[in-house]
Design a protein around this ligand. Structure first.
Ligand SMILES: NC(=O)C1=CN([C@@H]2O[C@H](COP(=O)(O)OP(=O)(O)OC[C@H]3O[C@@H](n4cnc5c(N)ncnc54)[C@H](OP(=O)(O)O)[C@@H]3O)[C@@H](O)[C@H]2O)C=CC1
Ligand SMILES: CC(=O)N[C@@H](CCC(=O)OP(=O)(O)O)C(=O)O
Length: 355
């Protein structure tokens, strides 16, 4: 018998992608889908690509509609998921709960207040199994934490791309984390499906638009938190983070540059990134090839490469992910699999579509 899942926010992009992955999961079935303004309508109106779930009627999101499942995935806007999670806790909910929003990602209340401004919710176990902890030779500690967890915070998509690109270098002490520069090309689905003028096709097509420039993006403290886990001094970590909307539906290409520590050469970089050798979802590009987003679209995969810029004295690390794949839904399913004692990669697409 399969485990039963409820997805809150199932009419949205993140909830829809979780539904798509769970619809093909060998051990989990989608039992309940909930949302807000779309309650009472068929899921197929919003996600016609998920045929097996098309006739599911979307229910109102409430403690009652989410009760009675083995796992609950919250894919709601920031703030809403934290408030709902608090009500689920009060009701004594025993199911595994995963939050795709930011509400339970940050451990530092001051960082939350500075970047989000709303009420702080306590941090849950961070849903990035590949997160390297200081001193370990392969990513085992985060997996151990996830295997014991019933509350999981799914990482931000941009955060995932930057972390996967740079963490081996920080972990191995190859770079100075005080002057990191991350520039990301990001697809529009990262902004969700709500109607906003700057997200219209007439604005987006043929345009490339930076946003949250100058240290204001809310993913900055989450990246610093991750790099601290792998060994950086958070108080001395500085990141200039600039996302740029490009005319694509899905995908994030993060180019991350950091000053090299003295004496670091190509061999040191290669051996630091070997830490990904056993990771099924992260592939290192062959020498001289760079990650691109198309091959990871629709999958839970990440592609990574790193190279030294000798003249500039810097490391250039690049990662490509699908924001809705490894950036959200695949991370949620992977983390849920670990917490539920299932095959870590069950239900995670590993083969892309082309062209
Ligand atoms: N898009 C992405 O690439 C990523 C998104 N995330 C996070 O996932 C969450 C969802 O994002 P995304 O799917 O993009 O957003 P969407 O705008 O596409 O979807 C939002 C969903 O939340 C529902 N919703 C809104 N308000 C409420 C409420 N008060 N109560 C219950 N349901 C509500 C909506 O229902 P209805 O349509 O019926 O009103 C809809 O199903 C966000 O926190 C986002 O930051 C995380 C990583 C990446
Ligand atoms: C294109 C776009 O707007 N992308 C979003 C990323 C959304 C995301 O990763 O999710 P969280 O909001 O859950 O952190 C952004 O940069 O804010």
């Amino acid at each position: 018998m399969k485990l039963r899942a409820a997805i809150a926010g199932a009419s949205g992009y993140a909830g829809g992608e979780v539904a798509r992955l769970l619809a093909a999961h060998p051990n989990i079935e989608v039992a309940t889908v909930t949302a807000a303004s779309s309650a009472g309508r068929r899921l197929g109106e919003f996600h016609p690509h998920i045929g097996p779930l098309a006739d599911r009627i979307i229910r109102e999101t409430s403690v009652a509609s989410l009760a009675g499942h083995d796992l609950i995935v919250l894919a709601l806007p920031h703030g809403h998921s934290g408030a709902l999670a608090a009500r689920l806790e009060e009701a004594g909910e025993k199911a595994l709960i995963l939050d795709c929003a930011a509400d339970h990602r940050l451990t530092d209340p001051a960082a939350w207040t500075a970047y989000y401004g709303s009420d702080f919710s306590p941090a849950w176990t961070y849903g990035m199994p590949e997160l390297l902890h200081e001193g370990e030779s392969r990513a085992a500690a985060q997996r151990a934490l996830l295997s014991e967890s019933t509350r999981i915070a799914v990482p931000g998509c941009n955060v995932t791309a930057v972390t996967l690109a740079l963490q081996p270098a920080v972990h191995a002490g190859l770079v100075d984390p005080s002057r990191i520069v991350a520039t990301l090309a990001v697809g529009y689905s990262g902004a969700g499906k709500s109607l906003k003028p700057h997200l219209l096709a007439s604005e987006a097509l043929g345009n490339m638009a930076p946003y949250a420039v100058g240290g204001t993006h809310r993913h900055i403290p989450e990246i610093i938190q991750n790099l601290a886990v792998c060994g950086a001094d958070a108080s001395a970590t500085g990141i200039t983070f600039t996302p740029v909307l490009v005319p694509a539906s899905r995908g994030i290409l993060a180019t991350v540059v950091a000053p090299l520590a003295p004496g670091v050469g190509s061999d040191g970089v290669a051996s630091a990134y070997d830490v990904y050798d056993d990771e099924a979802l992260i592939s290192l590009m062959p020498h001289g090839a760079w990650p691109t987003t198309a091959p990871v679209t629709g999958t839970g995969l990440a592609r990574v490469s790193a190279v030294i810029d000798e003249r500039a004295g810097s490391l250039v690390a690049i990662a490509a992910i699908d924001n809705l794949g490894k950036g959200t839904a695949a991370a949620a399913v992977q983390s849920a699999n670990i917490a539920l004692g299932l095959d870590e990669y069950a239900g995670i697409p590993m083969i892309g579509v082309a062209p």
